[in-house]
Design a protein around this ligand. Sequence first.
Ligand code: C2E
Ligand code: CA
Ligand code: CA
Length: 610
Amino acid sequence: MKTFFSYHKALMQLLHSAGFSALSQRTKLEALLTLCGDLLKTDSVSIWSMSSCGASLNREFYYQPQSGHHYLPYTLTRAEHALYFKVLEEAEILVTHDATQDPRTQSLRGTYVGHGSDVAAMLDVPIYDGNRLYGVLCLESAAQRHWSLPDIACATAFADTVSLTNTHQAWLNSRKELDYITHHDDFTGLQNRHSLEHRLQQLIQKDVPNHFALLWFDIDRLNTINNGLGDQVGDAVVSEVAARLRGLLLPGKDMVARVGGDEFAMLYAWPDDDSELAATVASIMDTLHQPIYIGQQKLVVTTSVGVALYPRDTDDINSLLRCSESAMYHAKACGRRQAQFYNQAVSVSAKARFLLESQLIDALANNGLSVFYQPIMSADLQTLVSCEALVRWSHPRAGFLSPAEFLPLAYEAGLMTELDLWVLERVCQDIKQARTQGLCMPTVAVNLSADTVMDPLLADKVFNLLEHYQIQGGQLELEMIEDAIKGDSSTLSDTLAQLVRMGIKLSIDDFGTGYSSLLRLKNLPFTKLKIDRSFIQDLPHDIDDCALTLSILGMARGLGLAVVAEGVENIDQEQWLQQQGCHYLQGFKYHRPMPVSDFFALLKAGMTHE
Ligand code: C2E
Ligand code: CA
Ligand code: CA
């Protein structure tokens, strides 16, 4: 038994030697085979692994004390060597001093053992991977050999060690997998919020002060894409945006993570030069805004980005996350498709966001909102043809808040439908009020968000309001953005048809910013297009905007639609639009949105004027 103890001691020394545990699995196994072969003085030691279906054993490692390690693949099939496989499967140790005579190894005779081969005696011990038979450790001798008890005990100890390292490796792999699952988003393969926070922690803990920017991206109107074009298209958009962010070759780019359904974060080594950083952010957005092709469909998807800087804006991880996110909301509120750097203004709105949301709910319930009216003029400026109702919130402390400041909040909080219906009701009340005062209220255009347009009960709700306030449908016009009418839902076409039957006019708002196909427009009951202010802004100096506006006007003429230009502020824009045959003009040049009392006064003045 003395020998066994010396074998065992050598094995323990190897296992506990410095660096053994850090070796790769392959190197560990080679070291074990070397020691085993050298200690037991066999002619060869090998490790065979079972194929995953169990049909064959394949030699993976082969060591000969006299000549070292070799790569000598060899395969034994279950079909040919059923008995030998059975022995291994029954967890038996196969000990034979003469394999040519042993019934269990008869099938190996002539090829693997016996004449012309290097194998006469065999000592084979099964090895495992967890509970699964992994393969076999084979000690072989070219001449007959009577294996001693210490030989067998030692071979078993080596086989068990191989089983243990296998199991450990499997455990390491499963840990890696688990780690992958906890740190990655399985849809896009990007890291997740958990990893982002972990990485932030690392960056912040470094002794050398780090400067970096946290960029927070949000895909604009993904909801409308999902609703209109289907979830699959939405998913494809999300994974394309993820792939583009991942693929960015940007010096200083650190980590990209998916932090929400359509939200992504990127860590970026801040160049300490604001204009350089701004240029980088702009170029990233440019990449994201390139068209996305999904099947036959071409989509231009935009994003809003918030940027917060460490340590300039804050040196705390949680508030850094909040800062960039709220800067992103600010970007959305300012009209989307833009980047917003965190600053004091955003900060106030960030801190107040939560409070604001509950106040907004309160305002909705207690008539804390109001409606302003902005006149829309005929192109010859002779007639106030209609007006647009625009919501305002007279906040108890902050004063009048513009929709840009609170609509994104209402949108996020799922309050848009409630808000739109509140505005609609207030407009009906004002129309009724005008009538009581003997005023002739022009058609009022009311904005509807995509959520509201999708509401299957919208037509019923509008009908009830008209009845309740005794108002003709012709008094109302409903404006919706292109995104709201995308897709082929039958609910949508039913709703639109019912509204038109009530005499209500429908117009498309912010035209040019979405992706309407002309063909679709032709089939839907719209009578008016409103050209987005962003296209009017630089008329007539910007050639692209001129071309776009002209093409919208031409198309509208072809489809028999009237056109309103929004945001007319100066005489150059006005004259150009008049010359091109735009039908209606709306903008600060004529009137700003005003409270209902001012609007009534304007109507009264108009009547006496006539
Ligand atoms: P919009 O539908 O495009 O409304 C026109 C916006 O342009 C209004 O901003 C109006 O005040 C502004 N505007 C008009 N003329 C000019 C001009 O000459 N120059 C400039 N710079 N701006 C001009 P407002 O009232 O801040 O509304 C912003 C957006 O909020 C609206 O854009 C609309 O999309 C949304 N909104 C307003 N009220 C409601 C509502 O009751 N429901 C819904 N769903 N959305 C609303
Ligand atoms: Ca509008
Ligand atoms: Ca508009």
